[in-house]
Design a protein. Structure first.
Length: 591
């Protein structure tokens, strides 16, 4: 590192302007003042460099030194990431707390990966074997749920000159030496990667498999594919954070990366307290054994929010490159955009809509477009995926907010949260009228295979009933329910059953918090069967009130509480529905 060659000329909150930094480049990492505050160059004009500092700049003044590093802002990628809690620039919060107490002192920095911890390494390649970027040199059991694959960094090809034997090593130990065209390269358990550079893949693939979340309104009506992108906007109190937590717990991804970007400290505290106690539904082990948390709350330095989302997605890409399906949750990108707006204002850039920088949409796209389903690097053809779900907190729930609109232009799934549903205690509070998913048609073959040949018909019918219900309710407000025909009143009854017996879900009830695709299909088939037989009975002259009063409707409403290992009970309910309508029609015939 070159010593004491830059000099501060201006300090404005998290923005520091320095002069005479030799060879200053965009996004170069620097240390500000003798306190060594962490910063990144975000603008270069002549000999002046604007630096966004990721720590509190109080007490810093003109004339103090700036130490250049000639390196971009990067993260360390290696064993030890799983189960860790980092801030926006990958400082390990657990390690800092253990060493320095509950408060982070300015200028503190600890290595993101422990230099003392030893890992058992099992080599998978031999000396003189040819390797390319992405190949697996060996494995480490990072947690009981995750086998960490020590991969050749992208862009490094050659032959293995030497590799260590199976044994216990630290991340600083050299595990292999690869002979490349440029010479010998040492490979350790970890390597560094610039957060703003997407990690490369071999081939991008179309999304054709659903990311199962266990949330019925999502999986059945507005699905997200593995490698897909989704946006969850909604006003305060509509349940964005709860949905993010539910998705973190139940998605069928191998690795979860949760970014708390600018949200309130108490919400992130709930995550930090709750996640270590959660059990992974697939293994029964603690969920933290396949989760990485990045905490950058609203009371932390504003500039670090901008780095936190890129830090998180770079870590997520690293595990994707091992062949895992990764799901990233960002809560919320609105706070990230507000941090960009603040820095843009301090840089005196020309503001765009509502004061956000003109490059807001492209910056959002640069984040979401790193998601995808891919053939990863390496000699073997392996598939992996990175799915990104971002919460957006528009002021007052205004969906015309630039952050929402910029996000919707990039993502393919829109889960619209409504406070009216939340206040009515309907959770998840995802509106079935304004939400959409552009993956539905792509996933139709997958649905037919996993849920049944008639699933697409049942889904389309249910959506049309819900839309028709909204129209009928407007008529009811004007002329009253007595003006409706029996057929229309049956639509209202079926729609109520879809809403209450299928879409509404209780996150605190063990049988209801997660629903498999098979169970979702069986519940909807019960509602569909009841509706079909009810229509036939109406045509046969059965009174609607008798249909609505059938005791079997209670069985349908309780079907969502049937446990996953007792799905054969649905056959009994189907039989009971048919018998109930058969008895009704016999009554009419005898009358």
């Amino acid at each position: 590192m070159v010593e004491n060659l830059g000099k501060i000329v201006k300090v404005a909150g998290p923005l520091v302007v320095a002069e005479d930094i030799p060879g200053a480049k965009m996004y170069e990492m620097v240390y500000v003042s003798d306190r060594r505050l962490f910063g990144e160059i975000i603008e270069v004009k002549g000999n002046l460099s604007s630096i966004q500092v990721y720590e509190d700049t109080s007490g810093i003044g003109p004339g103090e030194p700036v130490y250049p590093t000639a390196l971009p802002l990067s993260v360390e990628l290696g064993p030890g990431l799983i189960g860790s809690i980092y801030d926006g620039v990958q400082r390990p919060l657990d390690a800092l707390r253990t060493k320095y107490g509950d408060y982070i002192i300015k200028g503190l920095f600890e290595p993101p990966l422990s230099r003392e911890k030893k890992w058992r390494f099992e080599p998978l390649v031999k000396e003189q074997e040819e390797v390319v970027g992405g190949d697996v040199l060996g494995t480490i059991e990072e947690t009981p749920l995750v086998i960490h694959k020590v991969i050749v960094p992208p862009g490094l090809d050659g032959s293995v000159e030497s590799i260590v034997k199976a044994g216990v090593y630290t991340v600083e130990d050299t595990v292999a030496i690869v002979k490349t065209r440029e010479g010998l390269r040492e490979i350790k358990f970890y390597h560094r990667w610039p957060v703003r550079n997407p990690r490369p893949v071999k081939t991008r693939l179309p999304p054709n498999e659903i990311l199962v979340t266990g949330q019925r309104v999502i999986d059945s009506f507005f699905p997200i594919a593995k490698g897909g992108t989704a946006c969850v906007p909604g006003p305060f109190g509509s349940g964005k954070t709860v949905i993010q937590h539910q998705l973190s717990k139940w998605t069928n991804a191998d690795i979860i990366v949760f970014i708390g970007c600018g949200e309130r400290g108490n919400e992130m505290t709930d995550v930090l307290i709750e996640f270590p106690e959660l059990k992974d539904p697939r293994s029964g082990r603690p969920l933290m054994e396949r989760t990485i948390l990045i905490a950058n709350t609203s009371n932390m330095p504003v500039a670090a929010r901008e780095a936190s989302v890129f830090t998180g997605i770079t870590i997520a890409e690293y595990y994707r490159d091992m062949g895992y399906n990764v799901a990233l949750m960002a809560d919320s990108t609105s706070r990230w955009a507000e941090a960009m707006r603040e820095m843009s204002g301090r840089l005196e850039e020309m503001p765009g809509e509502e004061g956000y920088p003109a490059y807001l949409a492209s910056r959002l796209a640069s984040f979401y477009e790193r998601a995808g389903r891919s053939i990863i690097l390496g000699r073997e053809e392996k598939e992996a995926s990175l799915s990104v779900i971002g919460a957006v907190s528009p002021p007052g729930g205004d969906l015309s907010d630039p952050v929402v609109q910029g996000t919707l232009r990039t993502v393919r799934v829109f889960w619209s949260l409504e406070d009216t549903l939340a206040y009515a205690r309907h959770f998840p509070a995802i509106s079935w009228l304004s939400s959409y998913s552009l993956y539905v048609d792509v996933l139709s073959d997958f649905y037919r295979k996993e849920m049944g040949e008639d699933w697409n018909r049942i889904r389309v019918k249910a959506m049309s009933i819900l839309r028709r219900e909204a129209e009928l309710l407007e008529m009811v407000r004007l002329v009253g329910i007595d003006a409706l025909s029996s057929s229309d009143r049956l639509i209202l009854e079926t729609a109520r059953s879809i809403r209450e017996d299928f879409l509404q879900q209780n996150a605190f009830m063990a049988e209801d918090t997660y629903t498999s695709l098979k169970k979702q299909y069986r519940i909807m088939k019960l509602i569909d069967l009841f509706d079909e037989l009810a229509r036939e009975s109406l045509e046969a002259g059965v009174d609607l009130e008798k249909i609505i009063a059938l005791p079997v409707k209670v069985d349908i409403s309780r079907a969502k509480l049937i446990s996953e290992d007792r799905l054969d009970e649905f056959d009994n309910i189907e039989k009971k529905i048919r018998e109930s309508f058969s008895a009704l029609e016999k009554e009419v015939q005898h009358a």
